[in-house]
Design a protein around this ligand. Sequence first.
Ligand SMILES: N[C@@H](CCC(=O)N[C@@H](CS)C(=O)NCC(=O)O)C(=O)O
Length: 235
Amino acid sequence: MQISRLKLYHYPATRSARVKWLLHELLEDDFDVEVVPLYEGVQYSAEYLQKNPNHNVPTLEITLAGGETRVMLESGAMISLLADIYPDKGLAPAPDTFSVARADYLQMLHFGTSWMDMMLWQIRIHTHLLGADSDARTIARYNTKFTQEVEPQVLARLEQADFICGDTFTAADCVMGQNVLWATAYGLCQSPRFADYLARLSQRPAFGKAFSDLDGFSLAPPENSTASPTGLFTG
Ligand SMILES: N[C@@H](CCC(=O)N[C@@H](CS)C(=O)NCC(=O)O)C(=O)O
């Protein structure tokens, strides 16, 4: 089955930036991007909800050769699929036979998009998005858990090698790099090793393109945000 076009629904500095980064690595600029203004609640429009009932970004719209479209709604699944379907780019160990490298790559990709992401998201929503529903104890708990359990695991890897799965850049670095950037915005990942990792990643042209819109992002929604029908993010 042939893909004729890919379109990413995106908002700066969010999880869609992981996917945008990988798309730039794989296709340079040969894909479409539509910004979904999350702080204006556009993710709740009827048109967007029809594509993505979870009212979030990323959404990846895949147009097939026959004109039919399909959507994907999970950044981890998008990263996994995209890296596999462009094997000539060498951003994922081959999926067809067992390899320790493949097992480790999938482990880190999913660790980044589920376990680590879950903690960062809790810190983010309780710090900036939930308004009166914010809970300082949740922020404290996940800060501790992240610092004591997640950071040492990631650091140990970056002490051994330049990238998260070894000496070669893989699609798992698009997840881990975005997570580390996200974490630093919340005062986490302060070791110089993380700064070195980000400096290494930022030398990649695709990284520069994926994060070129960072200026348009604020951690907290503007005062008059209409982020959801109730005016708040639902978390
Ligand atoms: N598990 C999803 C989570 C996506 C997600 O929650 N995206 C946030 C931005 S990082 C969003 O669009 N939130 C808007 C909302 O919930 O209304 C993924 O990794 O793709």
